[in-house]
Design a protein around this ligand. Sequence first.
Ligand SMILES: CC(C)(COP(=O)(O)OP(=O)(O)OC[C@H]1O[C@@H](n2cnc3c(N)ncnc32)[C@H](O)[C@@H]1OP(=O)(O)O)[C@@H](O)C(=O)NCCC(=O)NCCS
Length: 222
Amino acid sequence: MPTASEPGPQHVGTLWLLDLSEPSLIGPIPRVEVIFQLVGSEAIPLIADAMGLGSSEEVFKRLDAGKRCYIGNVNGVLATYGWVTFDKELIGELRLHIQLSPGEAYIWDCATLLEYRGLRLYPSLLWYIIGELRSQGLKRIWIGADADNIPSQVGMRLCGFHPIADFVQDYTLGLHSYWIRGHAGASEQHVEDARSAILGGRHKAGLAALSSVNPDSTTSLF
Ligand SMILES: CC(C)(COP(=O)(O)OP(=O)(O)OC[C@H]1O[C@@H](n2cnc3c(N)ncnc32)[C@H](O)[C@@H]1OP(=O)(O)O)[C@@H](O)C(=O)NCCC(=O)NCCS
């Protein structure tokens, strides 16, 4: 029986996927006029300011590493932003990396400034990024959301993303561990792809160890 300090397994977040070969939906419509664009080094101070950073160093590092930043301007003000990575990215709060395959991208660290929230800027930004990546020949886009972040999940659904893999955190006997669990309704192949992106080759060893204990197990431990 879990105690207050050991709450037992908790669903902390989910990895979502958009397969760009699926037919395109009608995208979300922003409730205010907004101009989206990909920005580069010229916008470093502006992005750092919008992100609430004390210095431009982190933004410089990200752009220098080939990560992209997309923004949405409302009346000339940077109101919403999001980052895109094509190789490997840290899923911050989980302290795990996602390793992208060729043709894949990962959207992360998106936000809408407080005074511009509720205007559908975030889903519209996602939609703009999706269009850009599709036209550049990308095949799949991954994105993550905390389990309790409903505004983010609503935006992702509006853009056609599907939940694939849930991250479950457990805290037992003073030790933290994470599990990846297939989200209800997700295809086995997509769940396997999510595990592979997060765990690399390690998930196969984990699954083999689990299946020798429980042949019906579909959960990966790390
Ligand atoms: C998640 C987030 C990006 C959504 O941005 P957004 O541009 O406000 O997105 P939306 O306008 O589509 O809002 C989504 C829902 O949130 C609700 N909402 C959230 N904040 C609101 C606010 N201040 N005023 C009104 N509605 C708000 C609305 O109900 C809206 O649903 P609706 O379109 O059906 O009315 C924004 O809340 C945010 O920046 N959060 C902090 C960072 C974060 O969580 N990022 C996650 C993505 S990586």
